[in-house]
Every structure is written in structure tokens, then in C-alpha cells.
Write a protein that binds this ligand. Structure first.
Ligand SMILES: [Zn+2]
Ligand SMILES: [Zn+2]
Length: 348
């Protein structure tokens, strides 16, 4: 068990929240996640003393929202035991599918794309960094959404400045682990970006992604993606096809000339992302083979919106292995200095 220090304890409410987190990680049905989330809220409201009294009287299930399973978790947490339900879920759910995938996973040193509570994630910079360090990695880029993406509470320039300071503070505390500044900047409909160049120039890693106007025609979308790649501050093309295959909604990939976009990425020495979120797995393996043949680099990113989602990188390793990508083309197998030198070279 590896809870995030400072945010999760094995008090009853923390144990219930952690179970909800892990159920979410495993894409369990929403009603099950909500049942544990609600029970955590009830446990917080009621307080540990009343929970103790009720546990002694076997009346926990009289509380609204507490059933047999959640009552058992509360009883075990009160007894300072690791609840069985939690222990079972906490087994690593994701294992590499092949020896090749395991070798890629073992070589990964960082992740170029994750979110915090500043945009639409749920952890702090420090929560995310500590979780990455516990996974044995040496760097993590914090890439919250840019300001135009209002539904994701994107960061405007001022909040980004504040976050850059926070990243510096956390890096100073966690050294030698390095937290890198960054953003997932929106690619606007004409291929320009949602932050001015002088702002992007200050960041260590810039992921550029399409989050709107998915139905542009092939030529327009191709120009849009190539324009974004040509911005000297962009390092990674995020979730390159935009497809969503499961989860709360599905979306087809957008239409673009794959050869042209991947050749542009190769020519500009940029990375095409392998987005490892289970509902994305983007690009699919047939397109990833085109990326490989084009000679472009890739970044295997979990696009984590909570610390436990960093584990999703393994799904991207499976994809990279299936596509036969050589290790030296995967930028997050590099150490911090090499990664930073590569990213800085784009704007040189
Ligand atoms: Zn995105
Ligand atoms: Zn993202």
C-alpha cells in the first residue's frame, strides 16, 4: 500500500476515499465509486468517535449511505487494520503484457504530461511529484491546461506564474527528483496556440493538444497540427488523434494526413505522444507503426489527473512494444538533463 503522504490516511474516511480512487483507476462502474465516495463523506461528517460507538453497537449500517461493505471498511480502519477491500484493490492492477513492454517500463524515467488540481486534476504538484518519485522515476512535467479551456479550469498567465513558483519550491524539497514546468496548451482552430510565445518560452516542456473543433476537414486539421508542431516551443503533440474509446463518452479520431503530421514531427525532432489513458490509448498501434516508420520520437504519457493514474504508463508501454518502437526514440527513457536539452533545442 502506498498512499499519498499528507493527503490520505487510513482513518475510515481516508480508506473509503482511497478505495474510490482505486475503483476509478480501474474504470469501475460509477455507482460503485460514488458509493465509497459518499460513505467517506458520511464518515467525515459523523466523526471518528461516533463511528467507534456505532461499530461497538453494530449500528454503522443505520447511517445513510453506509452498507455492509463500507461498514466493514470502517470497522477495520478503526481497528488499525488495512481493510480487506482496500488490500485486494491495491494489488497492482496493471502489469506489462510482454517482456518488451516490461523492458520499456523499466527504462522510463519520467512523464511529460500530467494535471493537478490547478486545472482539472485532483492532486497538488507535490502529490503528483511524490507519487512519481515513489514509482522510481526521476522527473515529472506538470502540464495543466491553458486558459482557453474553461471547462477544464485552464490556467491563464497569472496562475501559470504562480504554479512555476510552486514547481520550483517542490523541486527544491524533493531533490534530486526534478519537477519540470510545463503546460498542455490548446491548439486553436487555426493552429495557433493558447499561450503567447513568451510564456511558452519559460516552460521546460510544452505539450500541444486539440480539445475543440474536432470535425474540421482533413486538410484543415492537417495544417492545424503541423502549424502547432512548427511552433518552436512545442515539444510533444498530445493525444494525436483525439479518439476516445470508452468511459463516459466516445469520440472518433479526427481526420488528418498521418504521414504528413508524423513526418513533420520527425523533421522537427518533436515527440508524438502515446497517451496511455485507458479510454484514449492514442495513437492506436497501426498509426503508431507509421510514427515509428516516419522516424519521429514518442513520449509515453499517463496524462494523469490524480497521482494513482501515473500507473497507466504501462498501457502506453504495451502499445510501444506492440509497434516495435526502439527504446532510444522514447524521450521519457532519458534522464532529466537529456530531456531538458532536447526540449530546449526546439526553440534554439
Ligand atoms: Zn488533453
Ligand atoms: Zn492532459
Amino acid at each position: 500500500m502506498d498512499p499519498s503522504p499528507g493527503t490520505v490516511t487510513l482513518e475510515p474516511d481516508g480508506a473509503l476515499d482511497l478505495i474510490a480512487d482505486l475503483l476509478e483507476r480501474d474504470l469501475s462502474p460509477g455507482h460503485r465509486v460514488r458509493a465509497f465516495r459518499n460513505a467517506a463523506q458520511v464518515a467525515r461528517e459523523v466523526g471518528v468517535e461516533e463511528l467507534r460507538q456505532r461499530a461497538a453497537r453494530h449500528s454503522l449500517t443505520d447511517l445513510p449511505g453506509i452498507g455492509e461493505k463500507t461498514a466493514r471498511v470502517i470497522e477495520q480502519a478503526l481497528a488499525s487494520e488495512v481493510p480487506d477491500y482496500l488490500a485486494k484493490l491495491a494489488q497492482p492492477a496493471l502489469k506489462p503484457r510482454s517482456a518488451e513492454s516490461a523492458a520499456i517500463l523499466a527504462a522510463l524515467q519520467g512523464d511529460c504530461h500530467c494535471h493537478t488540481g490547478a486545472s482539472d486534476g485532483s492532486g497538488s504538484v507535490e502529490d503528483m511529484a511524490r507519487a512519481a518519485a515513489r514509482r522510481g522515476q526521476t522527473w515529472l512535467a506538470i502540464t495543466d491546461h491553458s486558459g482557453g479551456l474553461e471547462i477544464a479550469n485552464g490556467l491563464g498567465v497569472e496562475r501559470l506564474e504562480t504554479q512555476i513558483e510552486e514547481v520550483r519550491d517542490v523541486t527544491a524539497r524533493l531533490a534530486p527528483f526534478r519537477v519540470l514546468t510545463g503546460c498542455e496548451v490548446d491548439i486553436l482552430e487555426d493552429g495557433s496556440l493558447d499561450h503567447p510565445d513568451e510564456v511558452l518560452a519559460r516552460l521546460d516542456v510544452v505539450v500541444a493538444s486539440v480539445h475543440s473543433r474536432f470535425r474540421q476537414d482533413r486538410a484543415t486539421m492537417t495544417r492545424r497540427l503541423v502549424s502547432a508542431l512548427m511552433n518552436p516551443h512545442v515539444d510533444v503533440l498530445g493525444h494525436p488523434t483525439g479518439r476516445m474509446t470508452r468511459g463516459s463518452y466516445e469520440r472518433p479520431p479526427y481526420d488528418f494526413d498521418h504521414d504528413v503530421v508524423f513526418a513533420a514531427a520527425a523533421h522537427l525532432d518533436k515527440a508524438v505522444e502515446i497517451n496511455a489513458r485507458p479510454e484514449r490509448l492514442d495513437p492506436p498501434v497501426d498509426l503508431l507503426r507509421l510514427v515509428r516508420d516516419a522516424g519521429a520520437k514518442v513520449a509515453i504519457d499517463a496524462d494523469a489527473h490524480a497521482w494513482f493514474q501515473l500507473d497507466w504508463q504501462v498501457l502506453g508501454c504495451d502499445l510501444a512494444a506492440d509497434a516495435g518502437l526502439p527504446l532510444d526514440r522514447i524521450v521519457n527513457t532519458w534522464d532529466t538533463d537529456s530531456l531538458l536539452a532536447w526540449a530546449a533545442s526546439h526553440a534554439a
